[in-house]
Design a protein around this ligand. Structure first.
Ligand SMILES: Cc1cc2nc3c(=O)[nH]c(=O)nc-3n(C[C@H](O)[C@H](O)[C@H](O)COP(=O)(O)O)c2cc1C
Length: 210
């Protein structure tokens, strides 16, 4: 199947004057605009890892909060992504805000957040989600769905009352950006792209060819 796509991107422009010198504030501005525009799952990001041999792997995760320290999501610490991160703690993420003809790319290093911060988030989740975190040995091969349902039943009984503890194999990761790229689609494929590159404590901004 061949796809003929002659779409023009006409919604907006991006100029150097419009950019905040601080990429986190620029991200916040665009994130708020994505929320206001009701972009579906605006906090969903495609995150690429690479294993020790350099083989890439990409999946969607939900960014749960961000500040100038980085972008945080939660996951299983024994999953495929966790193994990749142990071998190579460098990742790239993409926010595809396509209905706004925008994308944001970020790359940098990744680290686990503290167990106490993970616990704070874990406690804020519905009880069923907490139990779910105890059930899934994420990315391992399982023989059937019934294994999961059985495990859920076991966990419900095990943690019948009281607070559910934080599993050792579950918690947050923080992506610490070294580059950001803000992409705004324009007409005739002459898109606006600006990259922020961290130079010591300063952020250098450059326009990139589309
Ligand atoms: C919309 C959406 C949101 C997701 N959010 C998360 C998330 O926040 N954390 C997570 O571990 N997996 C999340 N997943 C599942 C991952 O994409 C992936 O299947 C899982 O983390 C296992 O990846 P891995 O085998 O590469 O470790 C989400 C999937 C989708 C489609």
């Amino acid at each position: 199947m061949e796809i003929f796509d002659a779409a023009q991107y006409l919604q907006a422009e991006l100029t150097i004057e419009m950019l905040d010198a601080n990429p986190f504030l620029q991200f916040e501005k665009w994130y708020k605009e994505a929320i206001d525009a009701k972009v579906d799952l605006a906090n969903a990001m495609s995150m690429a890892t690479a294993d020790g041999r350099g083989m890439p792997s990409v999946r969607t995760v939900l960014m749960k909060y961000f500040d100038e320290k980085g972008f945080v999501f939660f996951s299983n610490y024994q999953s495929k992504k966790a193994k990749d991160i142990e071998e190579n703690p460098q990742v790239a993420v993409l926010f595809p805000w396509l209905s706004l003809e925008r994308q944001v790319r970020i790359s940098g290093n990744i680290e686990k957040i503290s167990a106490s911060r993970s616990l704070k988030y874990f406690m804020s989740r519905p009880r069923e989600s907490q139990l779910g975190a105890w059930c899934s040995n994420q990315s391992s091969i399982i023989s059937s769905r019934s294994i999961l349902l059985q495990k859920m039943q076991e966990m419900k009984e095990k943690f019948r009352s009281g607070a559910i503890p934080l599993p050792n194999s579950w918690g947050g990761y923080r992506i610490i950006p070294e580059t950001f790229e803000f992409w705004q689609g324009r007409n005739n494929r002459l898109h606006d792209r600006f990259q922020y590159q961290k130079r010591n404590t300063q952020w250098e901004i450059n326009r990139l060819a589309p």
